[in-house]
Design a protein around this ligand. Structure first.
Ligand SMILES: Nc1ncnc2c1ncn2[C@@H]1O[C@H](COP(=O)(O)OP(=O)(O)OP(=O)(O)O)[C@@H](O)[C@H]1O
Ligand SMILES: [Mg+2]
Length: 261
């Protein structure tokens, strides 16, 4: 089982869309998938249609990690632990628990169903729930929009969050590698400039690596989401829409291949 957390301290960069599409695609090719929605704004929780909702969600998982098997719902594209913390109280509750940041990773050790991949979608902010998602992961993926604010936020926000976590050495903490992926790429020169910059700085500073796969900017991601399917299952209404859908679907498949999932 491999645990992959999708993180970025910046909001609205594509974390949920990327989590759902990668998880949904892998589920559609018969991989055993668990999605965990660790965002109090529960977008991933309703991304795919629920087949069998559980009575409990992430709140109960964190309150009592050994109860995780009672907190798993089923969707059309894999299993799900939904977010049920609308007032965003889990963050501060976790701070008060000595082992708060380790509760998600210890919960995953109790899983009875064997999963190939667990995807954790996080909130675009910093806090104990983000730390817990990082510490539960084998791999971290961060979508990066090729534009100035997001690239700055990568350095100021996401990377500094990880290095602060890593500096808690006496806690026996090991922070996994961060893989950046160029996200919502368009054809502008400006975007190309940032792609080059990201490649260059990632090889220089060794703090993160950039994936070769790039995810295009495409309305298909929104259209697929409104049909509650991953882009790889989206059917365009006409040739043009089908062509666009194919390009986005190929990018998701390429990503799975590059990550060797
Ligand atoms: N490749 C894409 N091309 C165009 N639009 C996209 C793409 N991926 C996602 N979007 C759109 O961008 C918006 C933000 O995406 P998403 O909700 O996945 O980001 P997020 O990082 O999870 O945001 P939040 O921080 O609010 O949780 C959504 O409206 C989504 O439909
Ligand atoms: Mg989101």
């Amino acid at each position: 089982m491999q645990v992959i957390s999708i993180i970025s301290t910046k909001g609205g960069v594509g974390k949920t869309t990327l989590s759902a599409n990668l998880a949904g695609y892998l589920s559609s090719i018969n991989k055993k998938i668990l999605m965990i929605d660790a965002d109090p704004q529960p977008s991933l929780s309703s991304y795919f249609k629920l087949i069998k909702p559980a009575d409990f969600g992430l709140t109960e998982v964190l309150f009592n990690p050994s109860s995780i098997n009672h907190c798993i719902s089923q969707t059309h594209y894999g299993d799900l632990i939904y977010s049920n913390d609308p007032d965003n109280q889990l963050q501060s509750w976790l701070v008060g628990q000595g082992d708060g940041r380790f509760r998600l990773s210890s919960a995953l050790n109790h899983l009875k169903t064997q999963y190939d991949y667990v995807f954790i979608d996080t909130q675009g902010a910093r806090g104990h729930l983000q730390d817990a998602s990082v510490l539960a992961a084998d791999l971290l993926i961060s979508p990066i929009l090729p534009e100035s604010p997001t690239v700055k936020e990568l350095e100021r926000g996401t990377l500094s969050m990880l290095s602060e976590l890593q500096s808690d050495k006496d806690m026996g903490i090991k922070v996994p590698n961060l893989l950046g992926i160029v996200y919502k790429l368009d054809r502008t020169k400006d975007a190309q400039k940032f792609v080059t910059y990201l490649k260059r700085t990632s090889t220089h500073n060794n703090k993160y690596q950039m994936l070769k796969t790039q995810i295009p900017q495409s309305v298909v991601f929104k259209e697929a989401a409104s049909q509650q399917v991953p882009v790889t299952k989206f059917m365009g209404l006409n040739k043009e829409q089908q062509r666009k859908a194919q390009k986005s679907a190929d990018a998701i498949k390429d990503l799975a291949k590059e990550l060797r999932l």
